[in-house]
Design a protein around this ligand. Structure first.
Ligand SMILES: C[S@@+](CC[C@H](N)C(=O)[O-])C[C@H]1O[C@@H](n2cnc3c(N)ncnc32)[C@H](O)[C@@H]1O
Length: 370
């Protein structure tokens, strides 16, 4: 737990989600602090704020009197914000997770700049459609994560951009909606042809590798096993391509998809329905925490190595732990990873047997049996 001292001198206790022992990563950064001091010093008339992509609540709890809604695509952030509201005894504002549900007008929109500029574009199109002329937009970013395309997109969809002075390597971008709200329609979800698949994939703007097939996914797709699996989990499913291929190779099995991105789950659902008419199961969750124990015969996983701008193998490690819990005895986890990540060493700590299935210059595919 970390203390965040607000400009009013009030203190918030904030944790990341999940709240791990000996956590070294911070639940907030200098760009959050810059937003809070900006509001304290300059925006005393603000009343009706939409906060977008707040990581763990520094912005929405720090602006608790004026935050009316929060929008985030992330389950991890949604849960983290709710837990931090509880531990600080603050009643939670409304959290919206589907972009289509941003339908009210706000006088301020605060955006913690996401890493993915397609998603940022989709957010700006939505805001420019929903909010009236005069709505102020503030984007917060650490300078090392601030691409020039963020300026270009703000100018294209909102209006001219000014910036704050840099403080502790953070900066704010300011813009005000000055165009008549346009009947702009977002290009997302985009429809993408994937090699080896007859139907185009529907990819929402914050989905992993939304424009083309990732090299790791391509290699894993070539090695989807086929046996008498009853229940299969696509863990960290993105647009669902791995689980869909697993269903093609195991037509009698039931497929479950899990991801922490709401847009990933939405895409996976749309894509599954393009191919199959039976029921599949979709879990918007963190890794596979709280999943039913001893249930799955096969878990397929292409783990992420970052969550937004935070890089590390901590998510892969939790995915492996969760897979070990939800697999039946003898059940199989098939993982793809970059060669240098050494996943086999980690897996050997959790599973009774670990085998190398295949490798190329960049990737290895590993089986771990419970
Ligand atoms: C490398 S991508 C793989 C996507 C897809 N399976 C594929 O192969 O194209 C990793 C996926 O894990 C998801 N992810 C990241 N953190 C997660 C978490 N804490 N819990 C569940 N899913 C997570 C990401 O949203 C992303 O879709």
């Amino acid at each position: 737990m970390q203390k965040l001292v607000l400009p009013s001198q009030e203190t918030l206790s904030l944790s990341r989600y999940p709240d791990r022992k000996n956590e070294t990563l911070m639940p907030f950064d200098a760009s959050d602090e810059l937003v809070l001091s900006h509001f304290h010093e300059n925006e005393s008339s603000a009343q009706n704020v939409l906060v977008i992509e707040d990581n763990f609540g520094a912005l929405s709890l720090g602006l608790k009197e004026i935050t009316k809604s929060i929008f985030t695509d992330s389950f991890v952030s949604s849960k983290g914000i709710l837990e931090n509201c509880l531990s600080n005894k603050i009643s939670a504002p409304k959290i919206i997770n589907d972009l289509q549900n941003i339908d009210k007008e706000y006088d301020f929109v605060v955006i913690k700049l996401p890493k993915n500029m397609s998603y940022f574009e989709d957010l700006l199109i939505t805001i420019s459609r929903v909010c009236p002329i005069g709505t102020k937009i503030i984007c917060a970013a650490m300078i090392k994560h601030l691409p020039t395309s963020a300026f270009t997109l703000l100018e294209k969809y909102i209006g001219p951009v000014t910036t704050s002075l840099a403080k502790k390597k953070a900066r704010l971008l300011f813009s005000t909606i000055e165009k008549v709200p346009q009947e702009l329609s977002s290009p997302y979800p985009i429809q993408v042809q994937m090699p080896g698949f007859s139907e185009k994939f529907s990819n929402h703007s914050n989905v992993f590798s939304r424009e083309k097939l990732d090299q790791g996914s391509r290699f894993l797709l070539e090695h989807i096993p086929s046996r008498d699996y009853k229940n299969i989990l696509d863990l960290g499913c993105g647009n669902g391509i791995i689980g869909i291929k697993a269903k093609m190779k195991n037509p009698d099995s039931h497929i479950h998809f899990a991801d922490e991105s709401f847009m990933a789950i939405k895409s996976a659902k749309e894509n599954y329905q393009k191919y199959f008419s039976d029921e599949a199961f979709f879990h918007w969750t963190n890794c596979f925490e709280n999943g039913e124990k001893n249930f799955f015969d096969l878990v397929l996983c292409n783990p992420p190595f970052h969550q937004n701008n935070t890089v590390g193998d901590f998510i892969a490690w939790q995915m492996f732990n969760d897979a070990a819990k939800v697999l039946k005895k003898g059940g199989q986890l098939r993982v793809i990873g970059n060669r240098h990540l050494g996943y086999h060493i980690k897996l050997a700590r959790l599973f009774s047997k670990v085998d190398m299935v295949e490798g190329n210059k960049k990737f290895v595919i590993i089986d771990a049996f419970k």
